[in-house]
Design a protein around this ligand. Structure first.
Ligand code: PLP
Length: 378
């Protein structure tokens, strides 16, 4: 039994993920290595030469993430300074002028900015909604299919296996943005993706205090392209952030388990409120995504979305919460919520709330939300 294989549980794997062989008098998780360059006499061979190419703190973190993404398999992970650095690394290392790429039209809010850049470089960008596996209809001749499931912030789900099979049959590579689910919620490579991509700023590190991202692939050639891109643009994680992320992974299972349970409790409580419409949580039995989500997800995530009657109602609700920060982002141990429409960009109603369930006690969290709803309705 090894924590790298699939015979142990997620909690056991998380606490030991990526740890090196024990060395007497050394810490279990070696501290961050701060180095712009490494002592390197003679022939400049690796593994550690210059700080933009490799760093031992990244190596440990990348191994840990790889063990979580694909237990027992040999995969390569490349860590980045942010989720967007990871997203851009896949798109810009794999696509060239004349290629076509399929993006979701309801994905992360920076994707339209990415689209502008891709088009400026002569890449054809096609979009379709996540729900109903609609991206299938625009795959013909594409070089890359980009999937985001569950989508942020609408929480629609698509069938990754089905889309990946169709994309591969059409000669396209497949990347899944797995930010919302984390590898404990969903393992994109097992579902057929070539790239599992995530912003580790969210649930993966879970404390709302660092930005980070990663790409994991099985294919060493694809990984090499992504790694070369990191070297070229220099979108490298700081050693301190990488070390903090690795430390945070030890509690990943504890955090995700609690946050998913809290999200479900909250969704169930919201389902009984008449001022709430458009409630979405893939873990709710009645959710339009539940059937597909159940086939590919192991946990349903910490994000719940719903709509209050109007902007004023939503703002009163957010202002009345005591245990929940009015803040963007999601996946942290402290619950947060925001009126998504305040940013523009997402096609959501004015009263749309994206709620990220933290690790509070479920009873306290639900009580705070119900009280704030009562007050906002008065
Ligand atoms: C936040 C997010 C990103 C971008 O991540 P950063 O770490 O903020 O750069 C990409 N995809 C999804 C789905 C996200 O939620």
């Amino acid at each position: 039994m090894s924590v790298g294989d699939d015979t142990v549980g997620d909690g056991t794997r998380a606490v030991r993920a990526g740890l090196p062989e024990p060395v007497k008098y050394e810490p279990t998780l070696p501290g961050p290595v701060f180095a712009a360059h490494f002592h390197l006499p003679g022939e400049p061979t690796g593994p550690y030469t210059y700080g933009r190419d490799q760093n031992p703190t990244w190596t440990h973190l990348e191994r840990a993430i790889g063990e979580l993404e694909a237990p027992g398999e040999s995969v390569e992970t490349v860590a980045f300074a942010s989720g967007m650095a990871a997203v851009s690394a896949v798109l810009f290392s794999q696509l060239k002028a004349g290629d076509a790429v399929v993006l979701p039209d309801d994905g992360y809010q920076a994707l339209p900015l990415v689209r502008e850049r891709l088009e400026a470089y002569g890449i054809e960008v096609r979009t379709a909604p996540t729900g109903g596996d609609a991206q299938l209809s625009v795959l013909d001749g594409a070089r890359l299919l980009w999937i985001e499931t569950p989508s942020n912030p609408g929480l629609d789900v698509c069938d990754v296996r089905r889309l990946a099979e169709a994309a591969h049959a059409a000669g396209a590579l497949v990347a899944v943005d797995n930010t919302l689910a984390t590898p404990l919620g969903q393992r994109p490579l097992e579902l057929g993706a070539d790239f599992s991509v995530a912003s580790d700023t969210k649930g993966m590190t879970g404390h709302g205090d660092i930005l980070l991202g990663h790409v994991t692939c099985r294919d060493t050639q694809l990984a090499a392209g992504v790694r070369r891109w990191r070297k070229v643009v220099g979108a490298i994680p700081g050693p301190m952030e990488a070390w903090l992320a690795h430390r945070s992974l030890a509690t990943l299972q504890l955090r995700i388990e609690r946050q998913c349970a809290n999200a479900l409790a909250l969704a169930e409580a919201l389902g009984g409120r008449e001022e709430v419409s458009g409630l979405r949580y893939p873990g709710l039995a009645g959710d339009p995504s539940h059937k597909t989500a159940s086939l590919q997800m192991r946990r349903f995530g910490s994000v719940v979305s719903f709509v209050l009657p109007d902007r004023g109602h939503a703002e009163r609700f957010l202002g009345g919460l005591r245990l929940v920060d009015d803040a963007t982002s999601f996946g942290a141990v402290r619950s947060s919520a925001e009126r998504r429409g305040r940013w523009g960009g997402d096609a959501v109603p004015e009263g749309f709330i994206r709620f990220s369930a933290g690790a509070e006690d479920a009873d306290d969290l639900v009580a705070d939300v119900l009280r704030a709803l009562d007050e906002a309705g008065r």
